[in-house]
Write a protein that binds this ligand. Structure first.
Ligand code: UD1
Ligand code: UDP
Length: 384
């Protein structure tokens, strides 16, 4: 450590799974602007490790390689969370951070928050800031809901992406002065990379025409971990074909979904659906390009409900609840679950040009990272 580094305050960001990377990238870049005051290190837990789920995002989001990689990999919830905790605790003891930032609702988020709350550095726990705090599906069967509840109850600073998050935190009795409505940081990345996305060649590579395909992503255990629901999803694809036989369906497959389709013996049936194009998970820039030009999206992703709402692309959310209600009430999402009647009637509305258009959503403006960085620098870091 040189003399200058000695005086810098140290911030660690903990990330692990695909949706963490686009939430951390804008804040990393913003904190670099204050490099005379703070140093920001990226800790990758290794929860996601495939090139197409991890490395591609660091490259495309112009991030440095993670400063520290815990290399944890997949496992049961308990084993994955425990291994992150054991390894991250060693990092905290070595690095002695002034602040740890966690993102979203994945197991890496929960594990890092628990470590910081229980460790004592100079007699005090390590302060934690949670980006994308306050979201609630009120569905305790979702692993993410458990992660959100624990993280929010332990975090010292809560950065909220939509008004509903503020209301949820208030209801759970969290002190008001810890809560900051700073907006949706994922949209910062989207805004930064739209120009590059528009130049992507992915549409021509996949032989797709603008606004003549549906884009699908599915990875929630409630959809893909059960044979009957996966079968129902395949039937929905077959019926989309009947509604509009000229429409392509593009489905970048999450590894969890591939694993389950193979386990249930459904991969062949999936492969044989007409007009269905199955691909590997797609890199960020190409995926944004696919989103921008899609006629509509079918998804159970959290982040994609928000991205489609910002882009004005119709989104049929194949879930029965959402922790992001603004995407339904102000955005372009419709909560369909696997209710086939509702899915097909929504598709008919899209096909006939009668689907809702959505409004501009507060703080979906590309400026969330600067708002968060200012609060970190002016209100959180103690400069003694
Ligand atoms: C995780 C998050 C989920 C998030 C999703 C984003 C939790 C509890 N879940 O779900 O909230 O929406 O990431 O994509 O944190 N696998 C690979 N390669 C990888 C990573 C995983 O093949 O690089 C396979 C493994 O078989 C693994 C399975 O995918 O068992 C599930 O991975 P895991 O990280 O446990 O959960 P996700 O379903 O990816
Ligand atoms: N995404 C991507 N390639 C894909 C699928 C998704 O780049 O093949 C991006 C998407 O644009 C969004 C994020 O990954 O920014 C969402 O991640 P995911 O759906 O895995 O997680 P969730 O948001 O459900 O937690």
């Amino acid at each position: 450590m040189n003399e200058i580094e000695y005086y810098l305050k140290k911030i660690l960001s903990v990330v692990g799974a695909r949706p963490n990377f686009m939430k951390m990238a804008p804040l990393h870049k913003e904190l670099l602007k204050y490099s005379n005051k703070v140093t920001h290190k990226i800790v990758h837990t290794g929860q996601h490790y495939d090139k197409q789920l991890s490395e591609v995002f660091f490259k495309q989001l112009e991030l440095p390689k993670p400063h520290i990689n815990l290399g944890v990999g997949s496992g049961t919830h308990a084993s994955q969370t425990a291994e992150i905790m054991v390894k991250f605790e060693r990092i905290v003891l070595k690095e002695k951070p002034d602040l740890v930032i966690v993102y979203g609702d994945v197991n890496s988020t929960l594990a890092a928050s628990v470590v910081c709350a229980k460790i004592l550095l100079n007699g005090k726990p390590v302060p934690v800031a949670h980006v994308e705090s306050g979201l609630r599906s009120y569905d305790m069967t979702m692993p993410e809901e458990v992660n959100r509840l624990v993280t929010d109850s332990l975090a010292d600073y809560l950065f909220v992406s939509e008004q509903d998050g503020i209301n949820n935190l208030a209801k759970s009795g969290i002190q008001k002065d810890k809560i900051f409505f700073t907006g949706n940081i994922m949209i910062d990345s989207l805004v930064s990379y739209t120009k590059k996305a528009v130049k992507s060649k992915i549409l021509s590579e996949l032989c797709l025409s603008r606004k003549n395909y549906a884009l699908v992503t599915l990875h929630r255990p409630s959809n893909v971990d059960k044979k009957e629901t996966l079968e129902k999803i395949i039937r929905i694809f077959e019926n989309i074909n009947k509604i509009n036989p000229g429409l392509d369906i593009v489905f970048p497959l999450h590894p969890r979904t591939v694993k389950m389709a193979e386990k249930f013996g459904l991969k062949k049936r999936l492969d044989s659906v007409n007009n269905l194009l199955l691909t590997e998970p797609v890199g960020y820039i190409d995926f944004l390009s696919l989103l921008i030009s899609a006629k509509y999206v079918l998804t159970d992703s959290g982040g994609i409900q928000e991205e489609t709402s910002f882009l004005g692309v119709p989104c049929l959310t194949l879930r029965y609840n959402t922790e992001r209600p603004v995407t339904i009430f102000e955005g372009t999402s419709t909560l369909c679950g696997l209710n086939e009647k509702l899915i097909y009637s929504s598709i008919q509305k899209i096909e006939s040009g009668n689907y809702k258009k959505g409004k501009k959503i507060k703080f979906y403006d590309g400026k969330t990272a600067p708002r968060i960085a200012k609060i970190i620098l002016n209100k959180i870091i103690e400069w003694t």
